[in-house]
Design a protein around this ligand. Structure first.
Ligand code: COA
Length: 210
């Protein structure tokens, strides 16, 4: 009884921590779904927007420094970074890069200010992956730990390395993808700060017509 009371209090504190961390997010447009988790010491900043869909997870020390739209059911491991590819100008002769034009400047907007990282639903970004702005990561894709992603990633592909290249497929056939997507769409999923054993994980099943 006492144990479950304490577990409930700790879960409540974790929920509050996520809310607080999202509240520290600094971007003119911020949209957050429900059932999110944000780990400790995040940096959430963007010149224009940060959007995160329902049931997504950001691990510890995730660093977002570019516009991003993150879908639903996205798993972002610890120490992943989404960064602006050209957030500091290094091409103007006579200006040291330290003083080069910065993407966040209000006085002189950068042509790259609206670049974003787009991460579709059901994507896993492995530990320490770095994704540069301008990249779209397709639905259901997996990015291996430590990868540097500088170009678009196909849906359901597995990519890895620096620069990230295809290293596999998550599913082997379009039938498997269809079954997966209909299971997700018709299913019920919800996390809990009490731990995985308390999560709702109920894939939907297609009704077979007799
Ligand atoms: C991407 C991943 C899921 C692939 O796992 P897998 O399906 O078991 O793949 P395999 O180990 O069979 O590797 C397939 C190929 O990809 C390569 N590969 C695997 N992980 C890699 C990585 N992080 N970077 C570069 N290449 C990688 C393998 O060397 C192998 O290449 P080869 O066929 O030339 O030998 C796994 O490697 C990974 O990175 N998981 C993320 C773990 C993580 O971040 N956990 C944090 C908790 S949220």
């Amino acid at each position: 009884m006492l144990r479950s009371g304490l577990a409930g209090v700790l879960a409540g504190l974790r929920r509050l921590a996520t809310r607080y961390r999202l509240a520290t997010c600094s971007a003119p447009i911020r949209r957050f779904g429900t059932d999110l988790h944000v780990g400790s010491r995040p940096r959430l900043w963007a010149p224009e927007r940060i959007e995160i869909g329902d049931h997504s997870y950001l691990g510890h020390e995730v660093c977002i420094e570019t516009n991003c739209r993150i879908g639903r059911f996205v798993l972002v491991a610890n120490r992943v970074a989404l960064v602006g590819r050209r957030d500091h100008d290094f091409k103007t002769p006579g200006v040291p890069v330290r003083f080069g034009h910065w993407i966040g400047s209000q006085r002189t907007p950068s042509p790259y200010r609206s670049e974003e990282v787009f991460i579709d639903d059901d994507v896993w970004l492995g530990y320490g992956a770095i994704v540069l702005s301008g990249v779209r990561i397709g639905r259901g894709a997996i990015v291996a730990a430590g990868s540097v992603v500088k170009e678009d990633v196909e849906p359901y592909s597995v990519v890895g390395g620096n620069p990230a290249k295809p290293i596999g497929r998550r599913f082997t056939s379009s039938e498997e993808i269809q079954a997966h997507e209909s299971g997700v769409q018709a299913g019920r999923f919800r996390s809990s700060e009490r731990g995985y054993d308390h999560w709702i994980v109920q894939p939907g099943h297609k009704r077979t017509v007799p």
